[in-house]
Design a protein around this ligand. Structure first.
Ligand code: CU
Length: 149
């Protein structure tokens, strides 16, 4: 009896979380230069998908700034290199960079930023990566994004 109740509660909870987060996700960028998510999946049913980046740390953006940048897998290095040259004033994104599929602004500790992307631009089965374009952060602050299914 007790076991059944627990199983039901777990089922209800996971169902709620799934429905709530289906077309959005929250990812944290920390003072330790890490993201808390290594993968993000965008369901095919989502016409739009919203990523909210939170920085739970205390360090300012000029010391430990983070953003969330989405590109195709092969574009990571070029976008990160050009972003570093573009500087903090451009959120470490080269203005008008067509390789950037979506990005948030650069934030510091206790800040957050969101971006909503149109999934029309994503192809099922293609390899996408997200990363922080603050200089040198992408070596560890990166993950893979999949679409469809
Ligand atoms: Cu960063």
């Amino acid at each position: 009896m007790f076991r059944t109740a627990v199983a039901l509660a777990a089922l209800t909870l996971s169902g709620f979380v799934c429905a709530d987060e289906q077309c959005s996700v929250t990812i944290q960028g920390t003072d330790q230069m890490t993201y808390d998510l290594k993968t993000i999946h965008v369901p095919a049913s989502c016409k739009q998908f919203t990523v909210t980046l939170k920085h739970p740390g205390n360090l300012p953006r000029n010391v430990m700034g983070h953003n969330w940048v989405l590109t195709r897998k092969d574009d990571l290095k070029g976008v990160a290199d050009d972003g570093a040259k573009a500087g903090e004033g451009n959120d470490y994104i080269q203005p008008g960079d067509a390789r950037v599929l979506a990005h948030t602004k650069l934030i510091g500790g206790n800040e957050q930023a969101s971006v909503t992307l149109d999934t029309k631009g994503l192809k099922p089965g293609d390899d996408y990566v997200y990363f922080c374009s603050y200089p040198f952060h992408a070596t560890v602050m990166k993950g893979t994004l999949s679409f469809g299914g």
